[in-house]
Design a protein around this ligand. Structure first.
Ligand SMILES: Cc1ncc(COP(=O)(O)O)c(C=O)c1O
Length: 379
């Protein structure tokens, strides 16, 4: 049996008419840069995230970069974040000449351990970027408490977490900014790159709108230095066409996650300690990824691959050990939970298209592999 990690062709087959119509409309209008489709998408995503403003940008990476630029963060500034994330989070900080300051993760949620933030705050700290990894929000009460105490800006990296909730509040709506990615593998993916920033602050929204068009206002008069961070009208139209399906896709992911939980428990793999399931501690986990922890992750991944099961490692090298960040001077062992997670975690297929039969097959294959080559992990 073949179980792909993600089957975008299968998803497209269910929404082809709507997506094709949205594309055709843009082609007929020949309005490709900003304009009504982008504005419509911005309003829809802002409203979905329960925020006042949405600013469509080129990608989730540029969303983070633009927010840091809007705060004039640069050389001499420090930004606190997690080392266990996609590169873009730390990369955006470093690209502006600021210093990423890492705090280790909570081993149960893989999100930054917010209780460790305060001790990393210095005179130079300007912002915190909590990442809502895999689709579950970080502990935002603690993050906001430290931020308010030290007057820091909070940029939520919600690239993997559109629609996730923390105590009834949506991802992106708690910090000063929320950044989304429409990378195709996200729960709400475009047909290429795309992203969105949401905020409740009108002044910040205005500055971002200016920044994403080279800081030009009016046209060809540049008060600030920005970049070309504009969301394409075609991508905006596709994202808007897909948005009405997002809640049902999220519900299917949640059902698939609950089914995996049940199947792993029934197989005795949880009680034996062979498999550690994802911990859901926030209100609404949207399961962009369903990630288990096992002792010999690489052997499990190889075994699943041989049996036709697609998996992925998010992420094999934490940021503090990346070659490009050697100048920060971190050594192995500096952030032990991030390093352990990087060795032990594996994302399984949880997309809405995964069937009951496929899920059973995946659990069977995991069971067979861990029986052969694994000893229990400490959770
Ligand atoms: C946590 C995180 N931050 C940032 C990004 C960057 O988003 P993009 O790929 O749209 O630039 C991604 C997605 O790839 C991500 O997963």
């Amino acid at each position: 049996m073949n179980v792909p990690l993600l089957d975008l062709k299968a998803q497209y087959a269910t929404i082809k008419a709507e997506v094709d119509a949205a594309i055709a409309e843009v082609m007929e209008s020949q309005h490709f840069i900003l304009g009504p489709k982008v504005e419509q998408c911005e309003k829809a995503i802002a409203s979905y995230s329960r925020c006042a403003h949405g600013i469509g940008v080129t990608s989730g990476s540029d969303a983070l970069l633009a927010c840091l630029m809007a705060e004039d963060i640069g050389p001499g500034d420090e930004v606190i974040t997690t080392p266990y994330t996609f590169f873009a989070t730390a990369g955006a900080i470093a690209r502006l000449g600021a210093t990423p300051v890492f705090v280790d993760i909570d081993p149960s949620t893989y999100n930054l351990n917010a209780s460790l933030i305060a001790e990393k705050v210095t005179q130079k700290t300007r912002a915190i970027i909590p990442v809502h990894l895999y689709g579950q929000m970080a502990d935002m009460d603690q993050v906001m408490r430290v931020a308010e105490q030290h007057k820091l800006v909070v940029i939520e990296d919600a690239a993997q977490a559109i629609g996730a909730e923390y105590k009834g509040r949506r991802a992106g709506s708690i910090g000063h900014y929320g950044c989304f990615s429409f990378f195709p593998s996200k729960n709400l993916g475009a047909a290429g790159d795309g992203g969105m920033i949401v905020t409740n602050d009108q002044k910040r929204a205005e500055k971002l709108t200016c920044l994403r068009g080279h800081g030009s206002r009016p046209k060809y008069y540049h008060k600030i230095i920005g970049g070309n961070f504009r969301l394409d009208a075609l991508q905006a139209a596709i994202v808007s066409a897909k948005l009405p399906h997002l809640d049902s896709w999220t519900a299917a992911r949640q059902r698939n996650a609950a089914r995996f939980d049940r199947l792993f428990q029934d197989a005795g793999l949880v009680a034996s300690g062979a498999v550690t399931l994802p911990t859901v501690s926030m209100d609404r986990h949207i399961f962009n990824q369903y990630v288990i922890r096992v002792a010999d992750r690489d052997a499990l991944q190889a075994s699943l691959k041989a049996k036709g099961v697609g998996t992925e490692v998010y992420y094999p090298v934490p940021m503090h050990l990346q070659e490009c960040f050697a100048y920060l001077g971190h050594r192995a062992g500096a952030f032990p939970e991030s390093e352990r997670a990087a060795k032990e975690t594996l994302a399984l297929p949880v997309s809405p298209e995964v069937t009951d039969e496929q899920a059973r097959y995946v659990v069977e294959c995991v069971g067979a592999a861990v029986a052969v080559n694994q000893s229990p992990v400490s959770a």
